[in-house]
Design a protein around this ligand. Structure first.
Ligand SMILES: *[C@@H]1O[C@H](CO)[C@@H](O)[C@H](O)[C@H]1NC(C)=O
Length: 643
């Protein structure tokens, strides 16, 4: 899995921030209430360095409360729970937009507050979405509006960001507002020694899939199934999960993989892989959907860190779904990169035309004024979302405030309502977070932390989180797999933010009842009321990929997510052939009793991290491998049996 730090650079803010210290905010008018505070993690890791120039401009965005948002979970399940009479009756995007648009009263109340503070109608913009109200303010005005002080904060590593410790809004508008940005969340500026072309920080992408550094000479490439324990090939995966169909509805069905610039595939690598493992596909290329200037740039980059993820994703997804065309949602230009919201904007018109769009702290802001940046307007609603979307990128829950994650998570629910299946890799650090970091007792991410560190968006209950398994060393491909314990450990655990979704409650309850983990609340959220992940898993060890002109072995839930997404793409194909619709959000189905035989339960191996052995894969659902790996024919039959 590639890791997104959820950090953004707003170059403008930093360029314009100056060392001169100005007077504190003016006294506030009327009763104010603190609306959001900086997370303990951010407070501990970022030191105030200097005040921001009060005259410098800052785009303030007020995220409005959405109407009916409390219904979203029920509405999602009503079209995705196999027990529901409305199963499969997905919504149109404009219906979703209408249903959740903020109340006029909300918009009016926020506008009135802003007008009282001197932001007349000419300075206030309601996004076409109605999700956000935007004003171009100065920091001085923002400080007065929000009763706060803006500072440049500095990290030990030299990174900087602009924000405040907390902010307040009038009591009478609080219930109309989700959040105001930029404020308490962290946007990071890396040190200047980063080369922007190569820097993984600019797009917030910290590091790539794992390799054990082993090259595979062409002469020893597997030609049969005898070495699946040391080298995974498409044939090994077909054998493991009994995948035995060729899709026929490829002109109608859609499948997309998201890559965040600078990650990029190399066509010559894809061709090299196909020549060996899927000869009819030599020359096959993804259909580029360029989001905010995203372009595959790999031929110039040529490094594992830049090409590993994309090469892996497309080599295997193409081979497993041959001849299904696959879209590449390439998000972000080489300068700004992009975050999850940029691709959500582009694939889901409702996200920026309605729900609420980007947080400038985390999301690339387009047009990008930096040299080499994308000069077009922000990509918004440019493509109908594919039936299946796979994303092998992720971050940690602890990195930012819940308000931002909550808002993004509801967007995945909307995609599910529209019939889209979204798969995310569950992470490669077991119970630890990005970089192997865990949480301290004060909820700060640190290599010295001992508390488990859940990932996001995998902890969002409205996506499908995919963990990793392995063919144990020395075993034939027919033997039961274990949890992946080579090079990477399957991301898994329990959210500190999201409550347990109803589809999962009995699986998680039986995990705690039958296999109580040997940890306490000091290690993880053992309330039994929080979202557990992953949901399911697939092999993530020893993938043979062609990368930068050589065959190498790679590891990670990065591989597992596109493999599961490929299988669901085949299932959608079969459903379309049978006159049915795509499966959409699969979690309520796969946890239901009708799908009990659709998975190979994984019952050994663990996901170590944070100085512990992690959780252990056991009979039934577990926070290492979820429900297990797909038994493809049974999974297909179970979905074909649904309306
Ligand atoms: C545990 O998860 C629940 C969500 O179900 C959350 O409300 C609670 O604050 C979490 N506890 C801790 C200690 O993080």
């Amino acid at each position: 899995m590639l890791c997104i730090s959820f950090t953004r650079i707003v170059n403008l803010l930093l360029l314009l921030s100056a060392a001169n210290v100005l007077a504190g905010p003016l006294a506030s008018r009327g009763p104010r209430i603190v609306h959001e505070k900086r997370s303990p993690h951010a407070a501990a890791t970022w030191q105030k360095h200097r005040r921001v120039d009060a005259r410098a401009p800052v785009p303030i965005r007020v995220g409005l409360k959405q109407r009916n948002i409390h219904e979203i979970e029920d509405l999602l399940y009503s079209v995705s729970d196999p027990a529901s009479p409305k199963y499969g009756q997905h919504w149109e995007y404009h219906e979703i937009a209408q249903h959740f648009a903020p109340e006029d009263e909300t918009i009016a109340a926020v506008k009135e507050w802003l007008a009282e503070e001197g932001f007349g109608p000419e300075r206030v913009r309601l996004t076409s979405t109605k999700g956000w109200i935007e004003i171009d303010a100065t920091f001085g005005e923002a400080e007065r509006l929000l009763d706060t002080e803006y500072h440049v904060y500095r990290h030990d590593d030299g990174s900087e960001h602009v924000g405040c410790d907390e902010y307040s809004i009038p009591a009478h508008v609080r219930h109309h507002v989700d959040l105001v940005t930029p404020t308490v969340n962290v946007m990071r500026k890396r040190t200047s020694s980063d080369n922007p072309r190569r820097s993984l920080s600019k797009g917030g992408i910290v590091r790539g899939p794992k390799t054990n550094g082993k090259k595979v000479a062409a002469a020893v490439l597997p030609t049969d199934l005898s070495t699946c324990d040391t080298m995974i090939t498409p044939d090994c995966l077909r054998a493991l999960y009994n995948i035995n169909m060729s899709p026929t509805e490829t002109a109608v069905n859609t499948f997309a993989i998201v890559e965040f610039t600078p990650q990029s595939y190399v066509q010559s690598d894809l061709n090299m892989f196909f020549a060996n493992f899927s000869p009819s596909q030599v020359g096959t290329t993804p259909i580029l959907v360029s989001i905010d200037g995203g372009e595959p740039t790999a031929t110039v980059e040529n490094s594992f860190d830049i090409n590993g993820e994309s090469d892996l994703d497309f080599e295997y997804a193409f081979a497993l779904t041959n001849p299904q065309p696959i879209q590449l949602y390439q998000a972000g230009d080489a300068v700004e990169g992009a975050s999850f919201n940029n691709y959500l904007d582009a694939i889901d018109g409702t996200f920026c035309t309605f729900q609420g769009g980007d947080n400038p702290q985390f999301d690339g802001i387009y047009p990008d004024t930096a040299r080499g940046g994308f000069k077009g307007a922000e990509s918004c609603g440019i493509v109908k979302p594919a039936n299946v979307i796979s994303v092998s990128y992720g971050g940690d829950e602890a990195a930012v405030t819940a308000a931002y994650f909550q808002r993004e998570c509801t967007e995945y629910a909307k995609l599910g309502m529209a019939g889209v299946s979204v798969f995310y890799s569950s992470g490669d650090n077991g119970v630890a977070g990005n970089g192997g970091e865990c949480l301290t007792t004060r909820n700060q991410e640190s290599t010295r932390g001992t508390r488990f560190n859940p990932g996001f968006p995998v902890s969002c209950p409205f996506i499908t989180a995919v963990g990793a398994t392995q063919v144990d060393p020395g075993n034939p491909v027919t033997a039961p797999e274990g949890a992946c314990e080579q090079v990477i450990f399957s991301g898994g655990g329990f959210s500190n933010v999201f409550g347990i979704p109803s589809y999962q409650s009995s699986a998680v309850a039986s995990f705690f009842a039958n296999h109580p983990p040997p940890f306490t609340a000091a290690q993880f959220n053992n309330s039994k009321t929080s979202r557990g992940y992953p949901d399911l898993s697939a092999n993530g060890a020893n993938y043979v990929i062609a990368i930068d002109g050589e065959f190498s072995l790679v590891f990670g839930t990065s591989a597992s997510s596109p493999v599961v997404a490929s299988m669901v793409t085949l299932i959608n194909d079969a459903r379309i052939a049978a006159g049915k619709g795509p499966v959409g959000f699969i979690n309520p189905s796969i946890y239901s009793s009708a799908f009990a035989s659709a998975f190979n339960d994984i019952t050994h191996g663990g996901n170590q991290g944070c100085g512990t052995a992690g959780f252990t894969a056991v009979t039934g659902w577990d926070p290492v491998t979820g429900l297990g790996t797909p038994n493809f024919p049974n999974l297909l039959a179970a979905f074909l049996a649904l309306p």
